[in-house]
Design a protein around this ligand. Structure first.
Ligand code: FAD
Length: 508
């Protein structure tokens, strides 16, 4: 360990950015190199593309995040294009992984490749995990403090659209519906800052990253792929990086490497580096998702004049919270005067004067070792890394939970209006974009987890992981707040190690 420790961070999403921020704040002598496979797509880097005022420029930024193979991206589809009978990635993302033999796989699994990662495209819903979603082996008081820090980093706003009469009316109506059940209905916490005109500036990764961008100790290298981690015995000492514009590779040394390359590509990189603990890529979960759009009944809401903006029409966000017994899932409702899904020409719900509420119920998926990623060294992907196959199936337990969620969703829908043609639907596996468990943390190195409670890979020093892949629980909560909180915890522990070389490799 040198007096001026260097840290390499792979991936520029919210969790990688959290490591950069905390380490530079807490270790004055440290320098940080962050590498990102994708390009810079916004100014400032990592901004949420929803804040770009021009719809055309938004579309261009999304397209630029969809991978490098071909003009339309690897498998992302340009805005407005619908290909009958196919599953496409959400704009800004590109599909990843194929189904493993004999498994339906996760046909809608997708990732974003750009500075800011998925954090340049996310919806910004940031409820706190509750009940059995909580990670039991992290002390509760300490956890609450990490979550509060994460909320500060992400600019979480718990009273978004507080002045909007439409938001108040929707909240009230849904609250009435569930009052007798004791289910909490409140404004959905979202990562966003209010603007004077009543709209929101949605947080991207920029809100975490920007304070360090001008720090001379920080370097961001976009369009640079980490192809392999370099080991010296049981210590990771650096990585091989490829400049994607020139194809040139170089080996970079670091005192610590943080891999924050999403829940699918982090285990892929470990596998490619010969780091293959038994639980790597296993226990894959997401939120099986029932999504519907309700055409709001006329007369239910006050007039909606004067608030809409064509590129960001969201005007109200409502959360129906998690309750272990009565409502064991998170639901989010978003109101917009514009329908969020394309409607057929003959749909009676086109141009609904009272607007639309998109409502998603994401349920828990219980972790099982057989829901997993496979990595195939023989068949490399477009980057020469082992290709990815996915084995994933819902069990009766999730199907039962989905039935229950549908009943709650139907009640919320009836309270507000009626479902538009073609919804609600059970979205194809992978649609949540919240993949978890693939590098899960655990309290003991017992073969069922990859990382210790401070996000360090068991049995190796110098290597820390970040992102949703760490989450070990059956979690229905949008995961970014949790993952940023885990990154705060891991970064503080790493900062302590870097500040005091005597404890390098020691476990607190
Ligand atoms: C449309 C959309 C809506 C969403 N809505 C929500 C929401 O409302 N609430 C919520 O909690 N979450 C939401 N999410 C998910 C959220 O964005 C992610 O949880 C979050 O971005 C994860 O952060 P991360 O830093 O772990 O990874 P990411 O943001 O995925 O960033 C990982 C980065 O690593 C880079 N990378 C991968 N491999 C390599 C490599 N080998 N070398 C160099 N770079 C590499 C990738 O290009 C990527 O930029 C949404 C996502 C999308 C796309």
């Amino acid at each position: 360990m040198t007096a001026h420790p260097t840290v390499l961070i792979v991936g520029s999403g919210p969790t990688g950015a959290t490591y950069a921020r905390v380490l530079l704040e807490q270790v004055p002598s440290a320098t940080v190199l962050m590498v990102e496979a994708g390009p810079v797509i916004t100014s400032p880097p990592g901004m949420n593309v929803k804040n770009i005022p021009s719809a055309d420029e938004q579309a261009a930024a999304r397209l630029a995040s969809q991978g490098r193979a071909g003009e339309a991206g690897v498998s992302g589809i340009p805005g407005g294009v619908v290909v009958e009978g196919t599953i496409t990635a959400r704009q800004g993302t590109h599909l990843i992984g194929r189904a493993a033999e004999g498994s339906p796989g996760m046909p809608a699994a997708a990732v974003a490749t750009c500075v800011g990662g998925q954090g340049a495209h996310w919806t910004c819903a940031t409820p706190r995990p509750a009940g059995s979603e909580r990670i039991t082996f992290v002390d509760e008081a300490e956890w609450d403090e990490h979550v509060a820090t994460a909320e500060g980093l992400l600019h979480v706003n718990k009273a978004a659209f507080g002045d909007s009469p439409q938001a108040a009316a929707i909240l009230e109506r849904v609250r009435e519906e569930f009052a007798a059940d004791g289910i909490a209905v409140r404004p959905l916490p979202v990562a966003a800052d209010p603007r004077p005109d009543g709209t929101l500036r949605w947080s991207g990764t920029d809100v975490v990253l920007c304070p360090v961008l001008d720090d001379p100790r920080f370097t961001l290298r976009p369009e640079t792929l980490c192809v392999r981690l370099v080991r010296d015995g049981d210590r990771v000492v650096g990585a091989v990086l490829r400049d994607l514009s020139s194809g040139v590779e170089e080996e970079v040394r670091a005192d610590a490497v943080v891999v924050a390359a999403d829940a699918i590509r982090t285990p892929q990189l470990l596998w490619a580096s010969g780091i293959r603990p038994a639980a790597l890529g296993r226990y894959l979960t997401e939120h099986p998702l029932v999504f519907g759009v309700v055409a709001v009944r006329e007369g239910l809401l006050p007039s909606q004049q004067g608030v809409a903006t064509p590129v960001d029409p969201i005007r109200a966000v409502v959360s129906i919270g998690y309750d272990e017994e009565r409502h064991p899932y998170h639901a989010q409702l978003m109101y917009s005067p514009v329908c969020p899904v394309p409607l057929p020409e003959d749909s009676p719900h086109r141009d609904n004067p009272a607007g639309y509420v998109g409502m998603g119920w994401g349920v828990r998926k219980w972790p099982r070792p057989e829901d997993r990623l496979f990595f195939d060294d023989e068949q490399p992907d477009e980057n020469g890394l082992p290709s990815i196959r996915i084995a994933y199936e819902l069990t009766e337990r999730e199907h039962a939970e989905l039935e229950r969620a549908r009943a709650h969703q139907a009640r919320a829908a009836a309270a507000l209006g009626e479902f538009v043609t073609g919804t609600p639907v059970l979205m194809p596996a992978g649609s949540s974009l919240h993949y978890m468990g693939t590098v899960r943390m655990g309290p003991a190195d017992d073969g069922t987890c990859v990382c210790d409670p401070w996000s360090r890979v068991w049995g190796l020093s110098g290597l820390v992981l970040a992102g949703n892949g760490l989450i070990p629980t059956a979690n229905s909560c949008n995961p970014t707040l949790t993952s940023v909180a885990l990154a705060v915890r891991g970064a503080r522990a790493l900062a302590a190690e870097l500040r005091d070389a005597r404890v390098v490799g020691a476990r607190p």
